[in-house]
Design a binder for this molecule. Sequence first.
Ligand code: ADP
Length: 431
Amino acid sequence: MSFWVSAIVELLAYLLIAALFSLMWGHFFIWAFGALLILLCHQFWQLSILVKRLDAYKIKGMPNSKGVWYWVYFYLGKVHQRHRQTKKRLGNLLNQFYKSTATLPDAAIVLNLDDEIEWFNDSARELIGLKKKNLGAHVLSVVNHPLLVNYLSTRDLSETVVITSPVNKGIFLEFRFLVHNNDLRLLLAQNVTKLKKVEDVRRDFIANVSHELRTPLTVIKGYVETLQDTDDGASTFLTDSFSRMAQQTSRMEGLVEDLLLLARLECKPDEDIESLELLDSIDVSEVLARLCLSGDGIDTLHSRLNLSLQSGLKIRGKAKDLESVFTNMIVNAMKYSDEDSKIDISWKVVSSGVKFEVQDYGDGIAEEHIPRLTERFYRVDVGRSREKGGTGLGLAIVKHVLANHDSKLIITSKVGEGSRFSCIFPRSRCC
Ligand code: ADP
């Protein structure tokens, strides 16, 4: 019997009883009204039982009702059964997930919205030193490293952060933050010690080679200068050759200096970021005004520069390294734009900190080159860069210095319209 058949049968049964009573005592409509009232009360009573059961989530073992209520409880039972099956399936899935993540070589920590530890795997015990008692604690109370604090506050999911393990300083862990639903977040830590060692060997090799090249280069440069001094100009070929030799040796000298600087920036020790107080307090607007208006570091064509500097905004950092960042970005804007085009330079407060920006109206850069510009020796036009005296290392240096100052380079550009190079220093760096 379907729901509607049951409903009609029930209704007719009540009306039939009313008809029987009216046969004996007359007044069919009064008896029918009474019967329907009883039916309505019965429905309300059944409904109240159902509401009570739903409120207490007591769906199992529903009363053995007749009529329409049989169907209501029948379908509720079905829904409950399906719900139990899904719960069981999800439970099994969750168990499988826990088992598989428990054996992962990477540390996995499940965090809630407040960054408190909800769950962690065996590798997290081993690599980070997490214990059962840490469940419910804030993750930073266990791994309190300034880089991780900064990483968790910015929540830039495209980035990762490498720090030493809190239980073993010889282990390097790369932390990656993943959001896998609205409430739960996963913090993965991969052991990158081997990779870090290979990186260290590569960096030391380049630093050593550059260092070894420095002495012979200084000697060659000295000889070339002596040759140029003693040149009487009788042979244009010789004069020309000496000049080219001088040019190439200074280019090589620039390269060696840049490679050494990069090696130094890459092996920045952890203590640097831990002791912000010990760093220089830099009045950036003053530095920029000096660089741009004195004509020392920057091209003498400083009339092209349009300065908009908010004074008194100081940041903590390494003055020499930051000067090289500002110089590099401004010199690039000059190199890759027409000699008479303007360059806007600004230093101002923004919502997330303080922003340095250089906007030129020159060549511009095609979109596909932008992500690669900070790679060593990557140049959009190698010939043009060489002709302008570039080493191809400038932006790689900029990237490293900025990373050491909790900032990063942001590049936006349109071919033929110009480029904008900017970086934002966080409030924690302001002083
Ligand atoms: P380089 O010494 O060649 O200038 P950089 O690392 O400073 O090396 O820059 C890398 C490349 O990025 C440059 O060769 C150039 O192609 C491109 N580039 C940098 N700044 C600009 C700019 N303002 N406009 C156009 N291209 C730029």
